[in-house]
Design a protein around this ligand. Structure first.
Ligand code: MRU
Length: 351
C-alpha cells in the first residue's frame, strides 16, 4: 500500500516500453494491485472491464496501448506496419464508445503516425520512438490541464463548503490530480476544510470504491451516500455545490457523464444549488451540436443483478436497463470548467 496516493500514477509506461503499468481499479479499495498490460487482450480487457477507467485515463491508456502493441509487434516493413496500426487503432476505438478522450488520443497518435510517413526513408524503429513520445506528451498535457482546472475551479469555491460529487473524477480517473476532485485537492493544500459527499454510483460503485478511497487517503473529509439519498441531503441544506467530471461535451454544453449525473443536476436546479462540470477541453466533441447524438454505452445486466452481491438479487432472466452514462442538458449546468477557463450558459467553446 502506498501512503500517499499521489506518489504513483494510475497509468504509466514501463521503462522498456514493452508494457503499461496500471493500478487495477476493479480491485480497489480492498487491494492495491498493479498489473502490466502487454498484449491486445490485456489492453482491451482492461479498458472494457474498467481496470483502467475515467475518460482522460482511458484516452491516455489507449495512446500507450497503440505504442506498446506496435512496438511489441516487431514489424519492420512500413506497409505491414500501416495495416497493423489501423487494425489496432480501430480495435481500441471500439472498447468504450462514450468518452471522447479515447478517439481524441487515438486520432492524435494517427496524426503523428501520418506525419512520420511523410519521410519516405523512415524506419519502423523511428516511428515507434515518435509514437512513444506522442503518448508521453498526451499524458503530460493532461497533468497540466488538471492543474489549470483546479486553479480555475477553486475560484468558484470557498473554505468550509460542502461539495457533492458523483462517480470518480479524481486522481484515479486521469494522469494525476483529477478533474472534479482537483480543486478539492488544491483547497486541501491551502488548508481549507472542504467537506465532500460522494455518491455511491450504482451499479459499478466508482463513488464508494474509488472516490471515497482516494479522498480518504488524501485526508479529505468525505461522506458516502447512496445515489437515491441526494434529494434528502440537498433538502437539508447540506450541499453548497455539485462538481462532477464529464465524458463528452457537445458544442451547446450538453454533457455526458456517469449514469445518475443528470438526476443530480435536476435536483440541484430544484434546490438552487450550483452544478459544475469539470473536464479538460479534450472532452469537448466539436462534431456534436447537442448531446442527442451521443452514443451511450450499454453494459451487461449482471452489473445490476449480480455484481457485488454474494447471491443474485433479481429474478433470473429479468430485463435490465443499464446505460453507463446519461446526458445533462446544458441549461442545468451552472458552469463548465476546463483548463482554458470557466464557461457559462449559453456555451460557446470557440476560443
Ligand atoms: O465508466 P467510468 O468509470 O469510466 O465513468 C467515469 C465517469 O463518468 C467520470 O466522471 C468521467 O469519465 C470523468 S473522469 C475525470
Amino acid at each position: 500500500m502506498v501512503e500517499n496516493l499521489f506518489e504513483y500514477d494510475s497509468v504509466s509506461l514501463c521503462d522498456n516500453g514493452e508494457g503499461l503499468k496500471i493500478l487495477d481499479q476493479t480491485k480497489l479499495p480492498n487491494e492495491e494491485v498493479f498489473i502490466i498490460l502487454q498484449n491486445e487482450e490485456d489492453f482491451t480487457d482492461a479498458i472494457c472491464s474498467l481496470k483502467v477507467r475515467g475518460a482522460p485515463a482511458i484516452g491516455i491508456a489507449a495512446a500507450y496501448a497503440l505504442f506498446v502493441l506496435m512496438n511489441n509487434s516487431g514489424i519492420m516493413r512500413v506497409p505491414d506496419y500501416s495495416a497493423e496500426f489501423s487494425r489496432i487503432k480501430n480495435l481500441l476505438l471500439n472498447t468504450r464508445p462514450t468518452a471522447v478522450n479515447l478517439s481524441y488520443s487515438l486520432n492524435r497518435m494517427e496524426f503523428r503516425y501520418n506525419e512520420c510517413l511523410k519521410d519516405k526513408s523512415i524506419t519502423t524503429e523511428l516511428i515507434n520512438q515518435k509514437l512513444r513520445a506522442e503518448a508521453e506528451l498526451i499524458k503530460k498535457e493532461d497533468i497540466c490541464s488538471n492543474l489549470e482546472i483546479a486553479k480555475n475551479a477553486i475560484t468558484l469555491l470557498k473554505p468550509s463548503m460542502s461539495i457533492l460529487t458523483h462517480c470518480n473524477a479524481g486522481h484515479l480517473a486521469v494522469s494525476r490530480h483529477g478533474t472534479a476532485l482537483a480543486p478539492i485537492y488544491l483547497a486541501k493544500s491551502k488548508g481549507w476544510n472542504i467537506k465532500v459527499y460522494a455518491c455511491e454510483t450504482r451499479p459499478l460503485l466508482q463513488g464508494a470504491r474509488l472516490t471515497s478511497f482516494e479522498l480518504k487517503r488524501a485526508g479529505v473529509d468525505v461522506t458516502l451516500l447512496c445515489d437515491n439519498m441526494v434529494s434528502s441531503l440537498m433538502s437539508e441544506g447540506k450541499i453548497d455545490a455539485v462538481i462532477t467530471g464529464c465524458d463528452r461535451i457537445a458544442r451547446n454544453g450538453d454533457t455526458a457523464n456517469k449514469i445518475g449525473t443528470s438526476s443530480i443536476a435536476v435536483l440541484a436546479a430544484y434546490y438552487k444549488i450550483p452544478f459544475y462540470v469539470a473536464g479538460p477541453s479534450t472532452t469537448i466533441d466539436h462534431y456534436s451540436l447537442t448531446g442527442d447524438s451521443f452514443v451511450i454505452e450499454q453494459r451487461s445486466p449482471d452489473e445490476v443483478t449480480e455484481m457485488w452481491y454474494s447471491k443474485r438479487m433479481a429474478p433470473k432472466d429479468i430485463s435490465v436497463y443499464n446505460p453507463a452514462f446519461d446526458v445533462t442538458k446544458s441549461q442545468l449546468i451552472s458552469a463548465i470548467i476546463t483548463e482554458k477557463g470557466i464557461f457559462r450558459y449559453p456555451y460557446n467553446f470557440e476560443i
